[in-house]
Design a protein around this ligand. Structure first.
Ligand code: ADP
Length: 495
């Protein structure tokens, strides 16, 4: 049994902006079921404090250059019972709303300070300096907000092993060089094989350079990020560390995402009772103000940003809506994309519905009520929505990159014949190719027996956290072996 400290900037159901929160909610729970002593640590945002319920102060952390202390509040994750430590420091985290951006939609101006403080708090806990009488064997860090943790730990004489998981390489936590000085970071960390990135401070490099082991959330994305096309300037470093890098697919939380029990949907169903899915379609059409038509209902849920290929949809939306289908979009993001979609919905009120904003329940109802799910991401580290779609018998139409390529089997004639097909893949991100894939889906939708087979094959796929958690345990062991070998000081001294 290892003592694992799982550090992240969001965790469902306490606070969520995207897939990272799903992972931080589920993976520690799966590790707990494998009898590991896992603790989750996140910042004490007001919403997280409120949703965590009973919290008690159990420790405190002195911060360099501040008279105030950071308090460690202990609670239990709703559902899983995993012990969660919320790092309470109101000047940094006591703000309502989104963890990363203010009400104006821009990053909080002090994000570097906020997440550097979070990292210092995580280091203090890992090193048993928070009065918790607990020392980590492994610290599992996630995305740039936790990137300074492996860097700071690398300077300690005795330290736990560190693992850093990339959930999305395009978010790196890059700040002007002065920030490095302002944050009072140790000067040894400032070099191009350290935290410096083209004369800027890069939080994510703290993880990529100094963690004992690296992972990302699908095998294909693990390969893609080592290429200039997907590497965002870090492909060289990632190639250098290829031996330490693994791709481990995310699972889905079957307590939350199971059409047989989902409390958010009106009609429960499983692969043997697929006809009951129709009730969800009717209810969704009614909820969204779409006519009760039998045409293919295409759903889409997610952040409305370029990564998700929203611009590809917008570029062909009028042509798409001339096809015999309806389109239901739920999401929020780039104001220009929101506006373009809004205008399209106004032009085609009987064919398209748009709900701007974040609505967990509606996301479930779209997965259950739609016939097919559109996910044309330009890049996709793992993607969860296509996994939910498969589980809900709603074949996904995807751009075959990253986790989408690893989880969806294209409905080619051979794959259909061999009963392996689960969705529709396209291999080049353009509006024409996307449009053609939707046409392919429509053609198969005309053949109900084949369509049902496609949906059922998808529903039979297993993406459970248990097998992913086992792979992480293996990675923790490798990280511990590497940390023992490296000993004290820099985890990976500059070559
Ligand atoms: P990413 O993490 O890049 O945003 P993922 O597919 O990995 O994409 O995970 C997105 C998660 O966030 C899913 O659980 C999805 O249902 C949820 N989600 C995204 N946007 C919305 C929204 N507007 N309303 C409800 N849920 C959303």
């Amino acid at each position: 049994m290892s003592k694992i400290l799982f550090a992240a900037s969001e965790a469902h159901p306490l606070i969520k902006t995207g897939g990272l929160a799903d992972v931080s909610g589920s993976l520690p729970a799966a590790l707990k079921r494998l009898r590991q002593a896992v603790r989750l640590v996140i910042p004490a945002y007001p919403q997280a404090k409120q949703r965590a319920g009973d919290l008690k102060p159990v420790g405190s952390i002195r911060l360099p250059g501040s008279t105030q202390v950071m308090t460690v509040l202990e609670g239990r994750m709703p559902g899983s019972g995993v012990i969660v430590w919320l790092l309470d420091y109101p000047p940094a985290f006591g703000r309502e709303g989104n963890p990363y951006v203010g009400p104006d939609g821009r990053d909080w101006p002090d994000n570097a300070e906020r997440f550097a403080l979070f990292c210092r708090g995580v280091v203090a806990i890992a090193q048993d300096r928070a009065g918790l009488d607990w020392r980590a064997d492994v610290v599992h860090c996630n995305d740039w907000q936790t990137g300074l943790v492996p860097a700071l730990l690398s300077l300690e004489t005795v330290r736990p092993a560190t693992v850093f998981t990339i959930h999305n390489l395009s978010y790196q936590g890059i700040f002007p060089a002065e920030t490095f000085v302002r944050l009072g970071l140790p000067h040894e960390l400032w070099h191009y094989r350290g935290l410096e990135f083209f004369n800027h401070l890069s939080f994510i490099k703290g993880g990529l350079v100094y963690a004992d082991r690296l992972s990302t959330v699908s095998p294909t994305y693990a390969r893609e990020i080592q290429t200039p096309e997907f590497g965002y300037g870090l492909d060289g470093l990632l190639r250098h560390r290829a031996e330490a890098l693994r791709g481990i697919l995310n699972g889905i939380d079957l307590q939350e995402w199971d059409p047989a029990h989902d409390p958010h949907i009106p009609c429960h169903y499983d692969a043997e009772h697929l006809t009951a899915k129709r009730g969800n379609k009717r209810a969704l059409q009614e909820e969204l103000g779409l006519p009760a038509s039998d045409q293919l209902l295409l759903g889409s849920v997610g952040r409305l940003v370029e990564q998700k290929g929203v611009d590809l949809v917008i570029a062909c939306i009028d042509r798409l809506l001339e096809l015999p289908l309806q389109l239901a979009v739920v999401g929020s993001g780039d104001p220009a994309f929101e506006q373009a979609l809004q205008e399209a919905a106004e032009r085609h009120p009987h064919k398209m519905s748009l709900r701007l904003g974040y609505d967990e329940g509606l996301a479930h109802r779209v997965e259950a009520g739609a016939d097919a799910f559109l996910m044309p991401s330009r890049f996709e580290p793992c993607g969860l929505n296509q996994l939910y779609s498969l589980r809900y018998g709603t074949p996904p139409i995807v751009h075959a990159v990253g986790g989408l390529a690893d989880t969806v089997v294209d409905a080619s004639p051979e794959a259909l014949k061999e009963k392996r097909a689960t969705g529709f893949c396209f291999y080049y991100a353009s509006p024409e190719v996307l449009f053609h894939s939707v046409e392919r889906a429509l053609a198969l939708y005309e053949k109900p027996a084949l369509w049902e087979q496609l949906a059922r094959t998808g529903m039979a796929q297993v993406f459970d956290w248990r097998s992913s958690a086992r792979q992480y345990l293996q990675l923790y062991e490798e990280a511990q072996a590497a940390a023992r070998q490296t000993g004290a000081g820099l985890a990976h001294p500059p070559a």
